[in-house]
Ligand binder design. Structure first.
Ligand SMILES: [Zn+2]
Length: 463
């Protein structure tokens, strides 16, 4: 094959490389778009919207301070939570629409800055009329969030939490904070930026936590000294209910909590958004722990990733499929493996992307290349070549031998060495070969000439 014959293949490889780069650059953007644009389009009737907004307006100061656009976003998210979780009333509590909207509202408030806001690991929310007896701990509880994905709340205490907006007690926000953390450590769908920054925030929080233990007093209420889980949950309560004091008393913990939750409750003029110069203005003060310009993504908590599934799929499905497509294509074994190797080389470039995000260990990466990336690209290559033809051609070969292959099939050997490497294309059923009285002498092949430079057989006829 002359050099010009490789042009379509080179173009294909360049396109693959270009597409990979494009996906890599826009991955975050694509996710944002999916979760914040497409998923928002929950259908909600006007009546329903007004009812939800009314409950929230009356009970939630956070909601009251939002713009029209912010309120729309909030209600859309509430509606999504209502549609994806099961609410249960216990100990005789009759659930009302107001109850479930306000409880969903607590989730939406804490996760308002996050793309993945729905705590998908938590499928059930159980409401009790008041503090309830919890057999496992042998005591009465006001609320809880379990590893198995259930949020428990005493409705009486939930309402009291919102009744005084500045008392630093808010049961709903407290339990949602626990659930938000558990959603990362126990679940498998969570906000990646939140998960990536969680450990950094805890390191910063640790300083105050240790000080609390030592000195025995803090701006945070004593309960935060229990353990780091309670510390986080109590910080979230103070974040929303004592915003300005928190910012003044523990600025580092406050600032980095803004980064972690991607919102700033003191910025109620702009729907609590982190302003563009947030990092800049914090970092001007050399006494403060600096804010990163961008959160470095970490896949520490990620237990499933598409690359793992692709590798499993590759071994079970894609390699056999690639061999099948290869059997239909006039391509010899050496070319096939060279192409596979070429895709592995192209795939190596992806390592920098994967390693930067710490998605996979270097030990797994070869499995991904050989098991996932290379066969999927081979399939794509052969599939495109097979299905997009630029022309057709015909060839006739003289039969030298007919070798029986089992009871019903035979393999032909041609006098020139055509198709020497393609036994699959030289195999005929005996019924096809010996349908007339005499043995056939010639075979006529009709080929389609694929766009990527390889022929494949449309029909073959022995006569
Ligand atoms: Zn707690």
């Amino acid at each position: 094959m002359d050099i010009l014959g490789f042009i379509p293949q080179i173009i294909f490889l360049a396109l693959v490389w270009f597409a990979l780069r494009l996906i890599r650059r826009n991955e975050d953007y694509i996710l944002d778009f999916y979760f914040n644009r497409i998923k928002w389009q929950t259908d909600i009737t006007k009546d329903e919207f007004y009812r939800f907004a009314k409950y929230l307006q009356e009970s939630s100061p956070y909601f009251r301070n939002l713009s029209h656009d912010g309120k729309a976003k909030f209600v859309h998210r509430v509606k999504h939570i209502l549609g994806t979780k099961k609410f249960e009333g216990r100990d005789g509590l009759q659930l009302t629409e107001r109850m479930v909207v306000l409880v969903s509202g607590a989730i939406v408030q804490v996760t308002f800055g996050l793309n993945r806001f729905d705590l998908s690991h938590f499928t059930t929310i159980r409401l009790f009329p008041e503090a309830f007896y919890f057999r496992l701990y042998e005591q009465y509880l006001k609320g809880g969030a379990s590893k198995s994905g259930v949020i428990l709340l005493s409705w009486k205490d939930f309402e009291e939490g919102y009744a005084d907006e500045f008392d630093k007690y808010n049961l709903g926000l407290h339990e949602v904070a626990h659930a938000l953390k558990l959603n990362v450590t126990e679940g498998n769908r969570f906000d990646l930026k939140f998960a990536s920054y969680l450990d950094t925030w805890e390191e910063i929080g640790m300083l105050e936590f240790a000080r609390m233990k030592e000195v025995g007093e803090s701006f945070l209420r004593e309960y935060a000294g229990g353990n780091m889980h309670e510390f986080f949950a109590v910080c979230v309560e103070h974040f929303f209910e004592a915003t300005n004091d928190f910012k003044k008393q523990l600025p580092d913990i406050y600032n980095h909590l803004c980064v972690l939750l991607n919102q700033d409750p003191s910025n109620f003029e702009e729907d609590y958004e982190l302003s563009n110069d947030f990092a800049q203005s914090v970092n001007k003060d050399k006494d403060r722990i600096p804010i990163p310009e961008k959160i470095a993504l970490s896949y520490n908590y990620v237990t499933s990733h598409w690359s793992f599934s692709l590798t499993a799929l590759g071994i079970i499905v894609l390699w056999p499929l690639a061999f099948y497509l290869y059997s239909l294509t006039v391509m010899n074994t050496l070319e096939f493996y060279l192409l596979a190797a070429l895709f592995i080389i192209i795939g190596i470039e992806q390592w920098f992307w994967f390693s930067e995000k710490a998605i996979m260990s270097i030990r797994f990466f070869p499995f991904y290349l050989i098991g996932g990336f290379s066969p999927s690209m081979l399939c794509l290559f052969l599939f495109i070549n097979l299905n997009l033809a630029i022309s057709t051609s015909e060839s006739t070969y003289f039969i030298k031998h007919i070798l029986p292959d089992g009871k019903y099939k035979s393999v032909l050997v041609y006098s020139n060495s055509e198709l020497k490497d393609k036994r699959s294309l030289r195999t005929f059923s005996n019924a096809e070969l010996f349908n007339s009285s005499s043995e056939p002498n010639y075979v006529n092949y009709k080929f389609s000439n694929g766009i990527l430079g390889y022929r494949s057989v449309i029909s073959k006829n022995a006569y």
